[in-house]
Design a protein around this ligand. Structure first.
Ligand code: ZN
Length: 307
């Protein structure tokens, strides 16, 4: 098999043998190294509930430079080339130099919605996926994707739902006590707001986020989070849940993380590397939201409204 180790895994293994983060201290088997075998690939990754692992993944500009080798494992006799190609095309869009991370997500959403139309006829040639992704890359390079992204309809309902669900999460933050209280209070407020108040809140947090993201170079972190998800989960995975739903869960997590960083910005405290990894871990360790009550056909459109 091909054996892949991204740079953040290599660095972690070299530098963080004795991690003393809350996760590693509370767990008997604290080794965060994970490994997925898929077709003819072994993909090594890290469980990012460990703070040292999360920091290596989030903050290193070269986190996803791949080190490739061979091992003696036997490749899958019936490889899923369709999924491998779809996952690779999603990764290509996530790393495309002409795309901001928001536009990468947008392009992946469009690809998945087109692919979903072929779901019934799985005999399709994976080359079709390559062609569709190439068309999207061309549209990106011509600036057409950016124009379409700006013209997306604003759907207040979906942002309200995502914000409400953020308010309902029982997050545990590894933060200094004062900051922890300030963040917890602001998140608690979301639970008692009515829909109109939540629409206003989403809009003011979005404004806050736009300034904060640029000032703190959060685009790199967002890019790494996206690539991590695609690489580690072989996103969008087997075709058992509709792709629209998987994409909606993905963008909902991105939206909530954005809101969480914006809430941190409102506290006026500095955003250190420790805070970045702590906020990320507190949200992602709770997993994805599952209570999404939207029609299948509308899921991609709703998901796009959360980017
Ligand atoms: Zn740790």
């Amino acid at each position: 098999m091909e054996h892949y180790q991204p740079e953040f895994v290599v660095r972690y293994l070299a530098e963080n043998a004795d991690c003393a983060c809350p996760h590693c201290l509370s767990s008997d088997d604290a080794n965060p190294l994970t490994s997925i075998k898929f077709n003819n690939q072994q993909r090594d990754s890290l469980d990012v509930t460990c703070e040292s692992a999360a920091r290596q993944m989030l903050l290193n500009p070269d986190a996803f430079v791949l080190h490739a080798g061979k091992n003696d494992e036997i490749a899958d006799a019936q490889p899923d080339i369709w999924l491998e190609t779809l996952n690779q095309e999603c990764l290509n869009l996530a790393m495309h130099p002409a795309l901001t991370v928001e536009l990468s997500l947008f392009a992946i959403g469009i690809l998945l919605s087109r692919v979903q139309q072929y779901q019934g006829a799985k005999a399709n040639d994976p080359a079709l996926l390559v062609t569709m992704a190439q068309e999207l890359c061309l549209l990106a390079e011509q600036g057409v994707l950016a124009q379409q992204y700006v013209a997306l309809p604003q759907i207040g309902t979906v942002q309200t739902m995502a914000l409400k669900s953020l308010g309902a999460k029982r997050m545990s933050f590894n933060l200094p006590p004062m900051e922890k209280m300030a963040v917890a209070l602001k998140i608690g407020e979301l639970k008692i707001m009515n829909d109109a108040q939540l629409v206003d809140r989403a809009s003011s947090l979005q404004t806050q986020w736009n300034v904060f993201k640029t000032a703190n170079n959060l685009a790199l972190i967002y890019r790494n989070i996206l690539i991590y998800k695609l690489y580690t989960d072989i996103f969008p995975g087997k075709n058992d849940v509709c792709y629209g739903e998987k994409f909606l869960r993905l963008t909902q997590q991105f939206f909530q993380l954005k809101m969480l960083f914006a809430i941190w910005a409102e506290t006026g405290n500095e955003l250190t590397d420790d805070i970045i990894s702590s906020l990320y871990i507190s949200l992602q360790s709770l997993g994805e939201d599952v209570d999404i009550t939207i029609n299948d056909e509308e899921k991609v459109l709703y998901a796009l409204a959360l980017i």
